[in-house]
Write a protein that binds this ligand. Structure first.
Ligand code: HEC
Length: 140
């Protein structure tokens, strides 16, 4: 008797699941939960396109936009000293940095990369950066 009940339950489970196992209309999907092996292990590339020899290709201007540094005392000095190796975008693209980090940054440029900034100008450079590019002072 128990055996018959088990078989009946088994048949019931299969009957209830039939809609889930039915074939679907979606491409590549053979049955719910299974995917066709059709494109496994193969790379599909587009057809080769023959380009005409007299084609003219046009490329727009390369984006070299450098944002203006915030006006303020020391801006010209910064542009003179920092622009020697890289654009001042390196300053504007940083997130607002704490005052102490700007000081470290300037000394890193001097000690690690060899930036030539006279002793008496270093303070002005740091002061400018701290006055315009910290979380408290940055407004553009
Ligand atoms: C002697 C060359 C030189 C000078 C002058 C110079 N830098 Fe740099 N700077 C570098 C180099 C090299 C990097 C690293 C570039 C990279 O990683 O792509 C750098 C990177 C930076 C960065 C990105 C953060 C980092 O630490 O890598 C900032 C900010 C920066 N410089 C600020 C300044 C400021 C402000 C000045 C002027 C006071 C200045 N730099 C002057 C060489 C210089």
């Amino acid at each position: 008797m128990k055996k018959i009940i088990c078989v009946l339950i088994g048949l019931l489970v299969i009957a209830l699941n039939k809609p889930l196992l039915a074939k679907t209309g979606l491409p590549g999907l053979v049955r719910s939960g299974q995917y066709s092996k059709g494109i496994l292990h193969s790379i599909i590339q587009p057809d080769f396109i023959q380009q005409s020899l007299d084609s003219i290709y046009n490329v727009g201007p390369y984006p070299l936009y450098t944002p203006e540094l915030t006006p303020g005392e020391g801006r010209e000095i910064i542009q003179g000293y920092c622009d020697l190796c890289h654009s001042v975008t390196y300053i504007t693209m940083q997130p607002p940095l704490p005052a102490a980090t700007w000081e470290d940054e300037v000394y890193k440029m001097i000690n690690t990369y060899g930036a030539l900034i006279p002793e008496d100008e270093i303070k002005k450079v740091i002061t400018y950066l701290q006055a315009h590019y910290t979380p408290e002072t940055r407004n553009q």
